[in-house]
Design a protein around this ligand. Structure first.
Ligand SMILES: [Zn+2]
Length: 316
């Protein structure tokens, strides 16, 4: 712990590298978070989202998923929803469009049941005996079997942790664990937001890693680059959950701010319970990421970002 304090002193004297943005007001001068997110800080209106396409993906892990790709009116990134359960339906995807054929609907993924060679109708699956109903405006009258709050994870893209085998964070592990729980449950949704590096982008994240190797923690490194400790926004996730009709959810998270953020200003989505994401390396079975970097990353989440996570005392 002593070396931590020495590090802070050193980094206070070092210049800030990027001149663009001042540090977040949520952080006091010593870099410690002074308060949690309040609902009044959230935007009044949600982004407008549109599910552009959906496809069935058989997975190496067993369960099939339906990958939903979204466009929106605030950025030009391709945000995604990974949906477990055929009967969770996107309103914007399934809404009938003027002049489109049944083939058009199957092509963009607005079909019920499962596609098979030679299928002619999107709105009816004769093999499974399923048929969609619509109102006068062409809105699907969704029939879901959701009799309990749906498991939801809001996951921000992490190229390094998910693709480049990084042991600096536990994003890949959390993603896998969320998918495993949803596959077991049969229903669930991972909203996958393209906000790499807590929203600062991959290039800036790589610079932050270098500063961490020079002794900063994850929060200090972001502040030195003149980025907020956490620049992410979750209102796109709220809009996507509403589009999928997931109004009551069980959120997989350790982050109390995320619960408030995803519910939105007017609590359009309700988080009725929370499932903590305990790092596998802290559990009994000896699995999970082991590196000094991930230990520091998790410690900073708990000590500076208020995450609801406590390491088992036997392990200290
Ligand atoms: Zn990560």
């Amino acid at each position: 712990m002593n070396c931590n304090m020495d590090t802070s002193d050193v980094f206070d004297q070092m210049p800030l590298i990027s001149p663009t943005i001042s540090p977040s007001k949520a952080l006091s001068a010593d870099g410690l978070e002074s308060h949690h997110l309040s609902r009044t800080q959230l935007p009044e209106t949600l982004p407008v989202v549109q599910c552009v396409a959906r496809a069935r993906i058989p997975t190496t892990q067993g369960p099939e998923i339906f990958l939903h790709l979204y466009s929106n009116n605030v950025d030009n990134k391709e945000h995604l929803a990974i949906v477990f359960g055929e009967d969770i339906r996107s309103k914007s995807l399934f809404k009938k469009r003027p002049g489109e054929s049944q083939q058009d609907r199957m092509t963009r993924g607005a079909y019920v049941g499962k596609l098979y060679p030679g299928r002619k109708l999107a709105d009816r699956d004769d093999n499974l005996g399923l048929e969609l109903r619509f109102d006068d405006q062409g809105n699907v009258l969704t029939e879901t079997n959701l009799n309990e709050p749906t498991l939801v994870r809001i996951h921000s893209e992490c190229y390094t942790g998910e693709t480049a085998w990084s042991a600096r964070c536990d994003c890949g592990e959390q993603f896998d664990e969320a998918g495993r729980l949803m596959g077991e449950n049969g229903h669930g949704c991972i909203v996958y937001l393209r906000q790499e590096g807590r929203g600062i982008g991959l290039g800036e994240k790589l610079k932050a890693y270098n500063l961490q190797d020079l002794g900063a923690d994850t929060v200090q490194a972001n502040l030195m680059l003149r980025h907020p400790a956490d620049k992410r926004s979750f209102s796109l996730a709220t809009a996507i959950l509403l589009d999928l009709g997931l109004l009551e959810i069980t959120l997989l998270t350790n982050n109390p701010d995320k619960i408030i953020a995803v519910e939105g200003k007017n609590r359009m989505v309700k988080v009725v319970s929370r499932v903590p994401m305990i790092p596998l390396a802290w559990q009994q079975n000896g699995a999970g990421i082991k590196s000094k970097e991930v230990e520091g990353y998790l410690r900073t989440k708990v000590e500076k970002m208020g995450h609801l996570l406590s390491r088992p005392s036997s392990d200290k």
